[in-house]
Design a protein around this ligand. Structure first.
Ligand SMILES: O=[N+]([O-])c1ccc(O[C@@H]2O[C@@H](CO)[C@H](O)[C@H]2O)cc1
Length: 789
């Protein structure tokens, strides 16, 4: 468990002593007369002037994540690798102090729980705190200015160990979420000074650690153009085209035969050209040692110099690791790269630092005054708590919740998650100021608490190992069982081999439920587990999904259980029945149902989910009504003629008002209005439905009404054909509010199909070369599973 962090802590210690962060001296240093220090010049001119001073050797030296800078020029070393997935995080470039100031940073819930809030404003607020704290760390020389976050690969397969790092499975949701996130991380679309540089990773098609002899380092993901455009690419399009993110990371895996870091189609044709991600301040880093993988195990390049040349020429500007620094000299000597390409990469990196104010005097820029007083402020603490409250999702409730607790009440807090500490953070975590567990929160109530962790790994739950559990349950009138999964089961390098609760866990839940007392199960962890057996047990009163809820997650959970807060989170991923994973190999990248594939995500899954994407109960009931449009039939040619955007999918269709009323009696509650589109239009098969808009409404009191404005674009009405073209089709459309529709709106599009986005066609698939018989269950371009060797 947490092996990556043993590594990062090691690097961190080295990096911190070898490369403390400093700023170039633009007042007295050797660079002071160079254009790089001229704040009136453009970032491109400034970076170009800087790089023109580098010798070839200095250029080659500064291509890795640990860049030595150029001492003779007074250019300090720089560590490019910082992480901040849900708060400033332990990573090579982040140096937490061992005590006192800078010994902690706010630790928010994992993205999978943030995603469940369906609240983009919350995401911007969280990201703004993260970038503020990152700046404070930077000002103290404890972090760089670029962070390798977010992980925005769609969480397609429930087994994926890193799905917890993402906001979920739906491409529209991810695109909207990541736009809000980058807004907060970077400080808007094109601020004069970026707050920090964010890095959208891992482009593209990365969603497997290790499965059945396949590893992320050698996996060649077979992805059809249709699936790429419709599913794998949209969050990255949102990063690049719509949010102007400062950096991208290419992934370990190959796509259709090409390791992504060596693929000019993905990096140049799509990312830079088609999405217009072309300004000089944007760079692409490789995943860590991914360039080495181009040589081995991908065997895409025949030599190491060829591997680095393939990557640099394709547009990978920076190498996480030392492979560029080691092998680019030979590539240059052999004429595989030229100095112009090397300069391009360096100019991109350093102009990005210019945009961060790295070369500018402190008094002209907004973030240099931030200090530890801006870290984990009371406001940030409240936000961490609020974020957990908003995401926590109620899956079942027989009416027992909210609990009514009185001084004479006694609660049994049971299970391996009841007294959680760092478990609450998931992976890519920082050092939290505190970690309030569910047990801690229960102990703050004016009730008696009986705690027993128990041991759900011991087979028969009635063995001695669980005597304390039964004693606690006996003595209490309420039982809370907190369990599920954690990073020992799902993590980087570890995909799950089961999505069921273990027999031991289910047996123990059964024993505890048999007491006939109010019995609440907390399903903790990132990936969904099949909670069907728990939901179907009539003696289990309630089931709540808590994700990895961060520093105040225990309090958020207990406040929901006791009714101080009302739940309104929604599942950001489908909860499949346990046998789903036997029906589809992880290596099957197709979304649509086919051979060995019952379909993926709520859009295409043909079976019956245990809980649907978007499921989430409240302590009250809501009704909804959709305002009528001015017409029920729309002509495609008029819609398109009225569209003046360069990217036509962004053109508005209509803003649809939705009136939501709390009809449930006594409880004030938030409500996330989710709008799905269904109907018969575009290529077959049709998806069951697609999320096209959402908005969270706050604090709707009983009897009160709130209004959501759901903005539909032409893009959200469109479908993608087999060539990847995004097209507006004639047909019958139905917009539905919520998973069990509370309201529906029908309309029709008539006329000829209209092209919204013509997709550049990929080069032909490259045959497999990789070492080993890894390619079990691939895709041959027609949807058939094949075995490559
Ligand atoms: O060598 N290691 O110890 C090591 C540790 C972490 C690691 O993960 C990669 O590094 C992260 C960089 O942001 C990417 O998200 C992830 O895929 C890759 C390599």
């Amino acid at each position: 468990m947490r092996s990556i962090f043993a590594f990062t802590t090691l690097i961190l210690a080295n990096a911190a002593s070898a490369y403390p962060f400093g700023f170039p001296d633009c007042v007295n240093g050797p660079l002071s007369k160079n254009t790089v220090c001229d704040i009136t010049a453009s970032p491109l001119d400034r970076a170009t002037a800087l790089i023109s001073l580098f010798t070839t050797e200095e250029k080659l030296n500064n291509t890795g994540s640990v860049s030595p800078g150029v001492p003779r020029l007074g250019l300090p070393p720089y560590q490019w690798w910082q992480e901040a997935l849900h708060g400033v995080a332990l990573s090579p470039g982040v140096n937490f102090s061992s005590s006192g100031n800078y010994s902690y940073a706010t630790s928010f819930p994992q993205p999978i729980l943030l995603g469940a809030a369906f609240d983009d404003a919350l995401i911007t607020a969280v990201a703004t705190v993260i970038s503020t704290e990152a700046r404070a760390f930077n000002n103290d020389g404890r972090a760089g200015l670029d962070f390798w976050t977010p992980n925005i690969n769609p969480f397609k397969d429930p087994r994926w160990g890193r799905g917890q790092e993402t906001p979920g499975e739906d491409p529209f949701h991810l695109s909207s979420y990541v736009h809000a996130l980058i807004d907060g991380l970077q400080g808007g679309y094109a601020p004069k000074y970026k707050r920090i540089v964010a890095t959208c990773k891992h482009w593209a098609g990365y969603d497997m650690e290790t499965w059945n002899g396949n590893f992320r380092y050698q996996w060649d993901a077979p992805i059809s153009t249709q699936d790429l455009v419709e599913y794998y690419a949209p969050p990255f399009q949102s990063c690049a085209r719509d949010s102007n993110v400062g950096a991208f990371m290419c992934s370990y895996n190959a796509v259709n035969g090409r390791p992504t870091c060596a693929d000019p189609y993905l990096l140049q044709t799509i990312l830079r050209e088609h999405w217009g991600w072309t300004n000089e301040q944007q760079w692409i880093t490789s995943d860590c040692d991914a360039i080495q993988n181009i040589y081995l195990p991908h065997k895409y390049a025949a030599t190491r110099p060829q591997a680095v040349a393939d990557a640099l020429n394709a547009g990978t500007d920076l190498n996480c690791g030392t492979y560029y620094q080691t092998h680019l000299p030979a590539a240059l000597e052999q004429g595989l790269i030229n100095i112009t390409t090397l300069d391009r990469a360096l100019i991109r990196q350093y102009s990005s630092l210019v945009r961060l104010g790295y070369f500018d005097p402190a008094d002209v820029q907004p973030y240099r005054a931030l200090n530890f007083g801006n870290v984990d402020t009371p406001q940030a603490q409240r936000l961490a708590y609020q974020a957990a409250v908003e995401g926590i999702t109620l899956l079942k409730n027989d009416g027992t919740l909210p609990l009514s607790v009185k001084p004479e009440s006694s609660i049994a807090m049971i299970g391996g998650w009841a007294n959680a500490t760092t478990q609450m953070q998931g992976n890519y975590y920082g050092i939290a100021p505190y970690l309030h567990s569910q047990l801690w929160a229960a102990q703050q109530l004016n009730v008696t608490v009986h705690y027993a962790a128990g041991d759900s790994s011991s087979g028969d739950p009635t063995t001695n190992n669980n005597l304390q559990v039964f004693a606690a349950a006996n003595k209490s009138d309420i039982i809370v069982f907190a369990s599920g999964i954690d990073n020992s089961i799902e993590s980087e390098d570890k995909d799950r081999v089961s999505i069921a609760w273990t027999g031991e866990q289910l047996d123990l839940i059964g024993e505890l439920a048999a007491y006939g007392k109010p019995m609440i199960v907390l399903q903790m962890g990132g990936g969904q587990m099949d909670s069907g057996p728990i939901a179907n047990n009539p003696n289990v009163s309630a089931l709540l999904w808590g994700g990895y809820p961060g520093q105040d997650g225990g309090l958020a959970i207990m406040d929901i259980l006791t009714g101080k807060k009302a739940p309104a989170g929604r599942l950001p991923q489908t909860q499949y029945p346990a046998n789903y994973i036997a029906q589809v190999p992880m290596t099957n990248m197709s979304l649509r149902p086919g051979l060995n594939n019952p379909g993926r995500t709520y859009k295409w899954y043909t079976g019956k989910p245990t809980f649907d994407f978007g499921h989430g109960l409240h302590y009250t009931n809501f009704s909804a009504s959709i305002g009528s449009l001015e017409a029920t039939t729309f002509n495609i040619s008029s819609l398109v003629a009225g569209c003046k955007e360069k990217y036509m999918d962004r053109c508005p269709f209509r803003s649809v008002p939705v009136k939501v009323t709390n009809i449930g009696g006594t409880r004030t509650s938030d409500y996330s209005a989710l709008a799905f589109l269904t109907g018969s239009f575009g290529p077959k098969p049709y998806p069951k439905k697609s999320l096209v808009a959402y908005q969270r409404l706050f604090d709707i009191s009983p009897g009160a009404t709130a209004m959501a404005m759901l903005n539909l674009t032409l893009g959200s009405l469109s479908r993608v054909d087999e060539m990847g073209n995004r097209i507006l089709y004639p047909g019958q459309y139905t917009m539905m509010i919520d998973t069990q529709p509370l309201a529906m709106l029908n309309f029709t599009l008539v006329g000829e199909p209209a092209m919204l986005d013509k997709w550049p066609q990929p080069p032909p698939r490259v045959p497999q070369n990789s070492t080993g018989n890894y390619f079990v269950g691939g895709f041959d371009g027609t949807g058939q599973s094949v075995i490559y060797s």
